[in-house]
Write a protein that binds this ligand. Structure first.
Ligand code: ADP
Ligand code: MG
Length: 327
């Protein structure tokens, strides 16, 4: 439905989007996750045809956003970071205005009434937008994106500035819309994305650093993480056996959590999966594993590793290099 290939965007000398490619199938609900300044809004503004691109190609349902912008744009409903609301109109007037602007072909009243019901704002349709709460305004923003019944919805940080109750309402609305739309929703907050998306694209400094399902992401990045083993025996003998297993970096005893057993944290060398070897070695020595769990990273930890920790590592590397050169 959406194909983005080798997309780059420069603001003057600043490269805000750096050679980004991804493809989104019809019906997918995809999250753009990344810290502030990562380039999420820039990519969304380009895909929706509101911003020019420096390099690359974007198509929507096969229509090139530069060559056939009208065809491409007709298929997209967009909620920008700052929704373009006219606050001195009523909700109904505003949606009528958007309907005219988009030159929609469906009969006007039934179409708008259906959107009002879907987004649950029919009870405020005759109120001025200026009189609405932020949560209601955001729903009006989503309603205007739905005018014209586009297949694709692109929602830029739709829950920013809302209170927890409003956030849950907007999330539920996005989940409902995801049932019959292709959706891209951005956020700098992981739990937002995790709650509504089946796929997450993590963006940092204008580049895609991960593109997977939430489950896969935490699994992939957790492979080289420690495991916890619960086993019967003395601390000395078990430690000795575990230290003898191939690719084991360190072993730490956590003490007794269950009568007659001890828990050990076993950390492998980077990238190694030691689970099979650990269980085989212990069994060969007559020691039986009662429990073996991966200390899997939460998606939150994965996100931190890919963005914040990566930045810290880069800064440290830079400093070390400077030190090295200073010698
Ligand atoms: P996000 O939506 O992920 O917070 P943006 O796409 O808004 O990120 O911004 C990406 C980077 O591009 C940021 O460093 C931002 O400061 C810069 N940027 C965004 N818009 C402009 C602009 N019009 N002119 C110059 N720099 C910009
Ligand atoms: Mg943004």
């Amino acid at each position: 439905m959406i194909e983005v290939s080798s997309l780059s965007k420069r603001y003057g000398n600043f490269l805000a989007v750096d050679d980004v490619s991804f493809s989104i199938k019809k019906g997918e609900v995809v999250g753009f996750l990344g810290p502030n300044g990562a380039g999420k809004s820039t990519i969304m503004n380009i895909v929706t045809g509101y911003l020019s691109l420096t390099q690359g190609k974007v198509t929507v349902d096969g229509y090139d956003i530069l060559e056939e912008p009208e065809q491409a744009k007709r298929r997209i409903g967009y909620l920008p970071e700052i929704p373009p609301l006219y606050i001195d109109m009523t909700v109904n007037e505003y949606l009528g205005f958007v309907y005219d602007l988009k030159k929609v072909k469906f009969p006007k009243k039934p179409h708008i009434d259906e959107i009002l019901r879907l987004v649950k704002i029919d009870n405020v349709k005759d109120k001025l937008i200026s009189k609405l709460s932020k949560g209601y305004r955001q729903r009006v923003g989503i309603a205007q994106a739905l005018v014209g019944n586009p297949d694709v919805l692109i929602l830029d940080e739709p829950t920013v500035g809302l209170d927890p109750k409003q956030i849950i309402e907007i999330r539920n609305l996005i989940s409902r819309l995801g049932q019959n739309h292709t959706v891209i929703v951005s956020s700098h907050i992981l739990s937002e994305i995790q709650a509504v998306c089946e796929r997450v694209i993590i963006i940092n400094h204008g580049k895609i650093v991960a593109d997977s399902t939430p489950e896969e992401l935490s699994k992939e990045l957790s492979n080289d993480y420690s495991i916890v083993v619960r086993v019967g025996g003395t601390e000395e003998e078990i430690t000795k056996i575990l230290k003898g297993v191939k690719d084991v970096e360190s072993v730490n005893c956590l003490g007794q959590k269950e009568s007659g057993t001890l828990d050990f944290v076993v950390t492998p060398k980077a990238g190694a999966d030691i689970r099979k070897d650990v269980s085989e070695r212990l069994a060969a020595r007559g020691k039986h594993i009662i429990m073996l769990v991966s200390n899997q990273l939460s998606l939150e930890q994965v996100f931190m590793r890919l963005t914040y920790e990566a930045d810290v590592a880069a800064v440290v590397a830079e400093q070390n290099k400077a030190k090295g050169e200073g010698k």
